[in-house]
Design a protein around this ligand. Structure first.
Ligand code: AMP
Length: 351
């Protein structure tokens, strides 16, 4: 049985989620101690517990320590059972993170699956639905499986209550994926999503994005038809108020997605300014993969037995994820400087 230290490196929930995902795939049992030791509220919170319960259902697993605030867990999987499942986080805890925990096993399972997930779909510090649907899943699908996502209801922090449906047609073997060059910039799509908030919030956010990013677009491409920013405001129904500002960066080889969330007491202009900075940083660095996509694409690439990508210097999240991957899979990860601003990450099998 593997023993993991939950305080390793970054010390957050991702160590647990990666371990659950890989335990399902490999059939290896594990024990984890000091769960989320470096977080303000250590131990299992609702979202982590939901991930444990979802993984236990999919993996027909026996689990010890699956309780709120628990800092220790033992997980004994008994074989992946694809099929139809519904999981509810129960609070605004991120349903997208629960989905990412069980996806690896289901995308290489023997039969298709259909999932209904309820909880937060637009949470700070977690992948928002649009990131999943437009950036992460298209890359996963390029590796072979056919994973489709549909958002039935937005769930914003803190009210939650979101709902999404996923269908997963698996493959027996994932194909290698290389993301070394994002290709030509085709355009930016900006969506200001608001729930039970005044329309001017969305308008003000889009105005800032247009101002901050248009110059960049004109200069980045001296072509006769430079890429443009396509803005839209989207009013949605949700259980509570919410505001998520999303920019999809469409490039010839992939789409990256960046997001900024409205917060009580933070001006719409500030929310948009933060996002414009993130998008500009990505455009200027010339990397293919942004910070969040980097830590999330590692696991699928490791399962495929190899892959490579160019990204920003790796975050503590990504470095910690690599350490967990290496405990479950015979994989080597080489990181080298790619240009002034980026690194090239290469995963190779370690026989
Ligand atoms: P943890 O902090 O350990 O619970 O992990 C959070 C996960 O959510 C990591 O995989 C992050 O990359 C991911 N994440 C956080 N913010 C975003 C974002 N804005 N877009 C996409 N993924 C995100």
């Amino acid at each position: 049985m593997l023993t993991l230290d939950g305080s390793l490196g970054e010390g957050g929930g991702q160590i647990l989620r990666t371990a659950l995902g890989l335990s399902l795939v490999t059939g290896l049992e594990f024990r984890i101690e000091k769960i989320r030791a470096n977080r303000q509220k250590p131990g299992l919170q609702r979202q982590h517990l939901a991930a444990v319960q979802a993984a236990a259902a999919i993996g027909q697993a026996e689990v010890e320590g699956a309780e709120i605030n628990s800092q220790q867990l033992a997980f004994h999987p008994r074989g992946v059972a694809p099929g139809d499942y519904a999981f509810a986080v129960g609070t605004a805890g991120s349903a997208t993170l629960v989905f990412q925990t069980i996806l690896p096993a289901l995308m290489i399972a023997a039969k298709p699956s259909a999932l209904v997930l309820e909880g937060g779909t637009h949470n700070p510090l977690a992948p928002p639905y649009e990131f999943l649907a437009k950036a992460f899943l298209p890359l996963v699908n390029r590796m072979g499986p056919n994973v489709r996502a549909k958002l039935d209801r937005h769930g914003f922090y803190p009210a939650g209550g979101g709902k999404m449906r996923m269908t997963i047609e698996p493959v027996t073997r994932l194909a290698r994926l290389d993301l070394l060059d994002r290709g030509k910039l085709l355009g930016l799509r900006a969506t200001a999503i608001i729930a039970s908030l005044p329309y001017h919030v969305a308008e003000r956010e889009l105005k800032v994005l247009k101002r901050e990013l248009s110059n960049h677009l004109r200069h980045s491409s001296p072509a006769t038809r430079p890429p443009t920013l396509d803005p839209q405001a989207l009013e949605v129904k949700s259980h509570g108020t919410g505001n998520a500002l999303v920019v999809e960066v469409e490039c010839a080889s992939l789409t990256e997605v960046f997001v900024s969330f409205g917060e009580l007491g933070v001006k719409a202009e500030v929310v948009a300014g933060r996002l414009a900075k993130d998008v500009r940083r990505f455009l200027e660095a010339g990397v293919a993969v942004g910070k969040h996509l980097a830590d999330q694409i590692l696991l699928p690439m490791a399962l495929a037995g190899g892959g490579a990508f160019v990204t920003f210097p790796l975050s503590p999240h990504a470095l910690t994820n690599i350490e967990v991957l290496k405990q479950f899979l015979p994989i080597e990860v080489r990181i080298e400087a790619a240009n002034d601003l980026g690194v090239r990450v290469e995963l190779t099998p370690n026989p």
